[in-house]
Design a protein around this ligand. Structure first.
Ligand code: ZN
Length: 244
């Protein structure tokens, strides 16, 4: 499980996306960041924002307002909250409503990505998400008539089909033999990365991805394509909203 290590922290959320509560030992603690021996807080990346939550220790609560990856994985305490001393055993909880919404949103974006690639052959040039709302940019020179409605219908057909969403870790060479695994216009996986985490919406979309996802497309809920915007020559921005 060494590929789940960031700095000194074992990242639990990469192999168990449903995990919200865990225990850990404090390895480092400053007002800028708390480093735990293990953590299920998603530190942000790939367009998915960092988790929030709490650490409970000796009857004290430290609110966690974010996380970031540096030399270690740092959990960012709320300003003014007491910080647990090094060596303390803490019980941690990831804010479930936010994370679950972000998982649905992230999986929804992959459905969108898969549909637009399959039906229009477009690659992703950028994207971002918040809870139940997201945007994704594609290299799409012309917008065909009825594009917005057709994409929305196709996305929701994939939701109704309830496709499994599998996560696996493959050696770099094996991962890159999967056709179309890099769906972005540029390869974002650094050369030094030996193990590639692959998120597979079975039968629709396979991507190298470090984010957290729901277990099947039905768990996403309804996908609304709210807007198609022009972002300069050849680029379109699609905004989606998740509900239900
Ligand atoms: Zn992703």
């Amino acid at each position: 499980m060494t590929h789940d290590l960031h700095g000194r922290t074992q990242r639990l959320e990469l192999s168990d996306q449903s995990l919200r509560d865990f225990e850990a030992v404090v390895l480092d603690a400053t007002p800028e960041g708390v480093v735990l021996s293990r953590s299920a807080f998603y530190p942000g990346g790939g367009g998915q924002p960092a988790d929030q939550g709490v650490l409970i220790w000796q009857g004290v609560e430290t609110r966690i307002v974010g996380a970031r990856k540096g030399d270690d994985l740092y959990l960012i305490p709320a300003e003014g909250d007491p910080v647990p001393p090094v060596g303390t055993v803490v019980t941690a909880a990831v804010a479930d409503e936010r994370r679950s919404a972000l998982m649905r949103t992230h999986s929804g974006l992959h459905v969108l990505c898969g549909v637009v690639f399959r039906d229009y052959g477009c690659l992703v040039t950028g994207g971002n998400m918040d809870e139940l709302t997201a945007r994704m940019d594609f290299n799409l020179p012309e917008v065909p008539p009825g594009f917005k409605e057709a994409v929305e219908d196709a996305c929701n057909a994939e939701v109704v089909a309830d496709r499994r969403i599998d996560v696996r870790v493959l050696p770099r060479e094996e991962a890159f033999q999967i056709p179309d695994i890099i769906r972005t216009a540029t390869n974002l996986v650094p050369e030094t990365v030996q193990d590639v985490r692959v998120v597979d919406i079975v039968g629709l979309d396979t991507q190298a991805d470090g984010g957290t996802h729901v277990a099947s497309t039905k768990q996403i809920g309804h996908i609304k394509v709210a807007k198609v915007e022009s972002k300069g020559r050849g680029f379109r921005r699609l905004r989606i909203q998740i509900s239900g």
